[in-house]
Design a protein around this ligand. Structure first.
Ligand code: FAD
Ligand code: MG
Length: 297
């Protein structure tokens, strides 16, 4: 079967991209490996009409809404390789069957690289976070920490006092200069030097190598992100370097540098969220449709 569009990634961005195409009765295949970035979190915040709902429930509702349209097909699989062919694109998947389409939408998301501190990964999404807008409010103005993984810790440390009394743990990663220390002081941030040995306790107790312990309601880190897929390179898509990691360069219509290839969600912006993925997806879906109607590759 030749599809009009294959969407790779069936989470918030990909589902949203599918809707306008489905509503134009275009043949859409969604290929999804099912590894949403926020699968570690119990609740997702900030998406209007779904604030605080379980991330999996939001995705499941979106999938059900999209699959209501008869021209949409779902393939639970990993897309492993892509080539350009006369019909557009040929995609290999872990399901074993090759599929072809005239246009591609990459809604691949990103993978977080967490600092290798014992006890941290187990708490990711529950007591250890990257985004105060997503999870800060629920910490109820209790003490919060920032674990420096780079100088970007400054940015988080200066934000977090709006959510609770804030301690910045330098962990021998960087040394604030005089101006930075002044800025931290103005925001009432406590600065703790020294190496961190582990995160423990019931919530997020920071345990320093010299034995000091700081009990916190939540800990924030600056995770590095990467697109964990060979497909963008196989398509020759240009990447942009952001402060957190590389992401796909797109224009205002979510078109990548590769003709016929669109991208949306976390994989195509410097720092993403569920509502932004939904918005980018809506643009990518309509732009892919416009390209089908008005352009030849
Ligand atoms: P994702 O949701 O990551 O989905 C990408 C999909 O593509 C996955 O299903 C993946 O398996 C699939 N995929 C990737 N490669 C392939 C391939 N080769 N073949 C097939 N499928 C593939 N944002 C908020 O707005 N509110 C919050 O409260 C919030 N909390 C968060 C908590 C945590 C712990 C984390 C890490 C993030 C949180 N975020 C939150 C951010 C949010 O998770 C992302 O912005 C959002 O998931 C981006 O959606 P997406 O569709 O671009 O990518
Ligand atoms: Mg954009």
């Amino acid at each position: 079967m030749q599809y009009d569009v294959i969407i790779i990634g069936g989470s918030y961005a990909g589902l949203s991209a599918g809707l306008p195409l489905a509503r134009a009765r275009r043949r859409v295949l969604v290929v999804d490996a099912g590894e949403r970035r926020n699968r570690y979190a119990e609740a997702s915040h900030g998406l209007l009409t779904n604030d605080g709902k379980a991330p999996g429930d939001i995705a499941a509702q979106g999938k059900a809404e999209l699959l209501n349209y008869p021209t949409v097909t779902w393939l639970q699989a990993e897309a492993t390789a892509v080539t350009r062919v006369a019909e557009g694109f040929r995609l290999s998947t872990s399901a074993g069957e090759d599929v072809t389409a005239s246009r591609l939408i990459l809604a691949l998301g990103v993978v977080d690289e967490l600092p290798a501190v014992p006890g941290l990964a187990e708490r990711w999404g529950r007591q250890v976070f990257h985004c105060p807008y997503c999870h800060g409010y629920e910490l109820n103005q209790q003490p919060v920490g920032v674990l420096a993984t780079s100088e970007l810790a400054m940015h988080q440390a200066l934000m977090l006092p709006d959510w609770g009394p804030t301690t910045l743990f330098l962990n021998d990663v960087f040394t604030p200069d005089a101006q930075q220390r002044q800025a931290l002081q103005r925001r009432g941030v406590t600065v703790i030097e020294g190496q961190i040995a582990a995160i423990g306790g019931e919530r997020a107790e920071v345990q320093l190598a010299d034995g000091r312990r700081h009990a916190l309601a939540g800990l924030f880190i600056q995770s590095r992100t990467r697109i964990a897929s060979p497909l963008p390179a196989q398509l020759g898509c240009v990447l942009e370097q952001g402060p957190l990691g590389a992401f796909l360069k797109v224009d205002a219509m979510q078109q990548t540098s590769a003709p016929g290839v669109f991208a949306c969600g976390d994989a195509a912006r410097g720092a993403g969220s569920v509502p932004l993925a939904v918005g980018d997806g809506a643009i990518a879906g309509t732009a892919a449709h416009r390209s089908l109607m008005f352009e030849t590759l």
